[in-house]
Design a binder for this molecule. Structure first.
Ligand code: MLC
Ligand code: AMP
Length: 507
C-alpha cells in the first residue's frame, strides 16, 4: 500500500497489523483513537486533498487549533504527495499574508472562526481553496473527510522530495521557509526513536504545539514510528500534565514546562513511574536540571535541534546526562565547531560556530537561493549560527548565539522583525529589541526605543502601535524610552550593553 521510503510509510510501519492498538487519547473529549482509525482518517484526508486539486509538490498551509484532525491532515498531506505547511495560530493577518504570498499554497486550512478574515488574503495570494477545522474538530474539512472513503494509495515520492515547509524567522526580519524532505524527517525520527528507546508500551504526554519541529517531527513522528500512544493535550497546563503522569511514560517539553512543573505540589509522586523526560528548543538551565533530579530522581535528557535540521545532538539514554550540555551528535550526524570568520574547523575545546551535516539537514530555503548558499555549504554542512564547544568527553555545550535571536518559552523571535515595526511608528527614531533573562520563559522580549526629536511616545503607545501586526509572543514584555542607543565606534548598536543594563528587569 505504501512506498517504502515514503514518510507516510515510515510513520505507518510500526502499526501495520496493530490497527486496534491505541494511538491517541484525546484529553479534551476522553476519546481514544486507534491506529487503524487514525490512518483511515489520514487516508480520507488525502482523498479530500486530491479531490481539492492538491498534486505532488503542492503546499497545504494550515493555521488551526491543535486537534487530532490536524494530525490526520499532516499525514494525509504527505500521503497525497503534498507539502505540509503548518503556521502558528498566534500569527496575525499581516504575518499570514507574507507566508501565503511566499509559499503560494494550493490550499489553506484555517480555524472556522478566522475563515472570513483570511479569505481575502488567501484569494490575493492565489490560494485555490480554503477549508476549516475548529477546536472541536468540526468544519468543512472534517465534514468532507467523513464523506470520503479510506484506502487512498499514497502518491509516490522520492527521498529527496519535500514533505514539509516550516517557516523560521530570519535575521533580516523576513521569515524563511525551511524545505524538509521525506528522507530528512523519516531518518531523524527513526534515529530518535531508537536512541530514546521508544516502543509500543510508551505513553507520551503530548502538550507541545504541532506547528513546530518539536511537537510535530519529534513528538508525533516518534510516537507513530514506535507504535506508541500519546495523551493528546490542546496545550501545556502544568496541573494537567501532572495529572497525566501516572498514566504516561514520557514527557517532551521546552524548559518552561519543567520550570512550571517544579512549582507543582505532588511532582515527585506523579513523576515516579515515568521513564523519560526530554527537554529542548531552548537552553535548560543547569539549575533546573539539578532541581528536577533532586525532586523527581530523574535526569532530564536535553537535546539540541533546529527547524532546518530537526535534531542534531542528544544526551545519552544510558550514560551520564550532563546538565548544561546537549550531549553528543546523534548517529549519522556530523558536528564540527568552526571559526566564525574563516570557517576553518577549530580544535576540541575551542568556542566557535556549530555546523552540522547528515541526512537530517534540510534541502535549503524556499525560493531563497542566496540565503541557502550563505548558510548551507557546498560540502553539505549547515551553519547553525549557534556558538558552542565540545568538551574533553565529547559533550556539546551551547554557549551562546552568533545570530541575533531571542528564544522565549521555546518560540523564536528575531529582533529585526519587531524593530522594523517599531521604527515605522510615528514619533520613533529608532529602536533596539533584545532578550533578557526571564524566570518562566527563559528569555523575554524587551524594546528600547529612541523618540524623534520633539516627540514623546509612551511605552503604551509603542505597544498599541505594533500589536495589530505582531503575534503576541513576539511583542515586548517591557518597553523603555531612552534618549539614545549605545553604539560602538563603528556606529553599531551595542546590544550586549543593553542586555546587561536591562538584565534584572524580570529578576
Ligand atoms: C504564550 N505567550 C508567550 C509565549 N507563549 N509569550 C512569550 N513567549 C511565549 N512562549 C503569551 C500568550 O499569548 C499570553 O498573552 C501570555 O504570553 C501568557 O501566556 P501563558 O498562559 O503564560 O502562556 P502559555 O499558553 O502557558 O504558553 C507558554 C508555553 C508555550 C511555554 C506553554 O509558549 C509553549 O507551548 N511553548 C512551546 C513552543 C515550542 O513548541 N517550541 C518548539 C519550537 S521547535 P496574553 O496577552 O494573552 O496574556 C524548535 C526546534 C527544537 O525550537 O530544537 O525543538
Ligand atoms: P528554531 O529555529 O525554532 O528551530 O530554533 C532553533 C534554535 O533553538 C537553535 O538554533 C538553538 O539556538 C535553539 N535550541 C534548540 N535546542 C536547544 C538546546 N537544547 N539548548 C540551547 N539552545 C537550543
Amino acid at each position: 500500500m505504501y512506498e517504502r521510503n515514503h514518510l507516510a510509510a515510515c510513520l505507518r510501519r510500526a502499526s501495520i497489523g496493530a490497527d486496534d492498538a491505541p494511538f491517541l487519547h484525546d484529553h479534551q473529549t476522553g476519546e481514544t483513537v486507534t491506529y487503524g482509525g487514525f490512518f483511515a482518517n489520514a487516508e480520507r484526508m488525502a482523498a479530500v486533498l486530491s479531490e481539492a486539486g492538491v498534486t505532488p509538490g503542492d503546499r497545504v498551509a494550515v493555521q488551526a487549533p491543535k486537534t487530532r484532525a490536524m494530525l490526520e491532515l499532516y499525514v494525509g498531506t504527505v500521503m497525497a504527495g503534498g507539502v505540509f505547511l503548518p503556521l502558528n495560530p498566534a500569527y496575525t493577518g499581516s504575518e499570514l499574508r507574507y507566508f501565503l504570498e511566499d509559499a503560494e499554497p494550493r490550499l489553506l486550512v484555517c480555524d472556522a472562526e478566522r475563515h472570513d478574515a483570511l479569505e481575502p488574503l488567501a484569494r490575493r495570494a492565489g490560494v485555490a481553496g480554503i477549508l476549516t477545522i475548529a477546536a472541536d474538530e468540526t468544519g468543512s474539512l472534517t465534514e468532507r473527510r467523513d464523506g470520503a472513503d479510506p484506502g487512498f494509495a499514497a502518491v509516490e515520492r522520492g527521498p529527496g522530495d519535500l514533505a514539509a515547509i516550516l517557516y523560521t524567522s530570519g535575521t533580516t526580519g523576513r521569515s524563511k521557509g525551511a524545505m524538509l524532505t521525506h528522507r530528512a524527517l523519516a531518518s531523524n525520527s527513526q534515529t530518535l526513536k531508537d536512541y530514546w528507546r521508544f516502543d509500543r508500551g510508551d505513553v507520551l504526554i503530548h502538550a507541545l504545539p504541532i506547528f513546530h519541529t518539536h511537537g510535530l517531527f519529534v513528538a508525533t513522528n516518534i510516537a507513530l514510528m514506535a507504535g506508541a500512544s500519546c495523551i493528546f493535550l490542546a496545550g501545556f497546563r502544568a496541573e494537567t500534565v501532572l495529572d497525566c503522569m501516572p498514566r504516561a511514560s514520557v514527557l517532551m517539553g521546552v524548559p518552561t514546562f519543567y520550570v512550571r512543573l517544579l512549582e507543582q505540589e505532588g511532582l515527585a509522586r506523579a513523576a515516579g513511574g515515568m521513564r523519560l523526560f526530554v527537554s529542548g528548543s531552548a537552553p535548560l538551565l543547569a539549575e533546573t536540571h539539578d532541581r528536577w533530579r533532586r525532586v523527581t530522581g530523574h535526569a532530564i535528557l536535553e537535546r539540541y535541534g533546529m527547524t532546518e535540521t530537526n535534531m542534531n545532538t542528544s544526551n545519552p539514554y544510558d550514560g551520564e546526562r550532563r546538565a548544561g550540555t546537549v550531549g553528543f551528535p546523534l548517529p549519522g550526524v556530523e558536528l564540527v565547531v568552526t571559526d566564525p570568520a574563516t570557517g576553518a574547523e577549530l580544535a576540541q575545546g575551542e568556542i566557535g560556530v556549530l555546523e552540522v551535516r547528515g541526512p537530517n539537514v534540510f534541502a535549503g530555503y524556499w525560493r531563497m537561493p542566496g540565503k541557502t548558499r550563505e548558510e548551507l555549504r557546498d560540502n553539505g554542512f549547515f551553519i547553525t549560527g549557534d556558538l558552542g564547544r565540545i568538551d574533553e568527553d565529547g559533550y556539546v555545550h551551547i554557549v551562546g548565539r552568533g545570530k541575533d535571536l531571542i528564544i522565549t518559552g521555546g518560540y523564536n523571535v528575531y529582533p529585526k522583525e519587531v524593530e522594523l515595526l517599531i521604527d515605522d511608528l510615528q514619533g520613533v527614531r529608532e529602536s533596539a529589541v533584545i532578550g533578557v533573562p526571564h524566570p518562566d520563559l527563559g528569555e523575554a522580549v524587551v524594546a528600547v526605543v529612541v523618540p524623534e526629536p520633539g516627540a514623546a511616545p509612551t511605552p503604551e503607545q509603542v505597544m498599541a502601535g505594533i500589536e495589530p501586526d505582531l503575534a503576541r509572543f513576539k511583542q515586548p514584555r517591557r518597553v523603555f524610552i531612552v534618549d539614545e542607543l549605545v553604539r560602538n565606534t563603528m556606529g553599531k548598536v551595542q546590544k550586549n550593553v543593553l542586555r546587561e543594563r536591562y538584565r534584572a528587569v524580570f529578576a
